[in-house]
Write a protein of this length. Structure first.
Length: 238
């Protein structure tokens, strides 16, 4: 950690590690997980590591960030190939991590095979107020990836609070099998009906989504009868 001042206190069974002017509480994700949808389109992302885990983190990014930097002495062929199609916003630095790599970053994955290095990256990122995911220790992470189900503009996240990622993936597959194939089209049409309802003086919560799911809207969309589908949605207005 260089010459950065650091000391720790014990509070409620958790260790508070203070580094410089920033601090973070080392604790697991129990009760502290807050699922959000993060727009990374304008974020500068740093991935430290070039192995299998780092590759999964890069491939799991939902869209192209403003920039993506991978720092690692060795980078897998799979990751190089994946990034080659996105070279307009990505770069690879084939060397070890340096603290200056964090400059200007918004999101960091500490994904090396060396836990102490990941810990150092995590602590430095916390000090700078940067969101960080430490693949070696979730208690040193400010966020964790969740298993996702994507169906067009519909995204569902499943989290086990970093306890069993495989379980989350299994649950997400079950949800994916249960989702109607037309759910994205229903969402688009429902958004239009909701917009019209708002302009007509209805409240933001005027569309009863339980009624939508129980209505015949999916049937009408499958039949290609969008007018009937829209009428069915309008009947769901409370």
């Amino acid at each position: 950690m260089g010459n950065l001042p650091a000391f720790s206190d014990g509070i409620n069974g958790c260790e508070i590690v203070r580094i410089g002017y920033k601090s973070f509480r080392q604790a697991d994700m129990n009760g502290g997980a807050y699922l959000i949808s993060l727009n990374i389109a304008h974020m500068d992302v740093l991935v430290v590591g070039g192995g299998e885990v780092a590759t999964r983190k890069v491939q799991g990014l939902p869209e192209s960030p403003a920039s993506l930097t991978v720092v690692a002495p060795e980078v897998s062929d799979g990751l190089v190939e994946y990034l080659s199609v996105n070279d307009s916003f990505s770069r690879i630095l084939r060397r070890g991590f340096e603290a200056s790599d964090l400059t200007g970053c918004d999101l960091v994955f500490a994904a090396t095979s060396d836990p102490p290095t990941n810990s150092e990256i995590s602590r430095l990122a916390h000090r700078l107020g940067i969101l960080v995911n430490n693949v070696s220790d979730s208690s040193e992470s400010s966020f964790a990836n969740v298993a996702t189900v994507n169906r067009g503009t519909v995204t569902i996240g499943v989290s086990s609070k970093s306890k069993a990622p495989g379980f989350s993936k299994a649950i997400s597959r079950l949800i994916e099998e249960m989702l109607p194939a037309d759910i994205d089209r229903v969402l688009v049409l429902a958004a239009e009906v909701r917009s019209k309802a708002l302009s007509s003086g209805h409240s933001a919560g005027s569309l009863d989504w339980k009624k939508v799911l129980d209505s015949r809207v999916f049937e009408f969309i499958r039949l290609g009868d969008l007018a009937q589908a829209e009428e069915s949605l309008e009947q769901c207005l409370s």
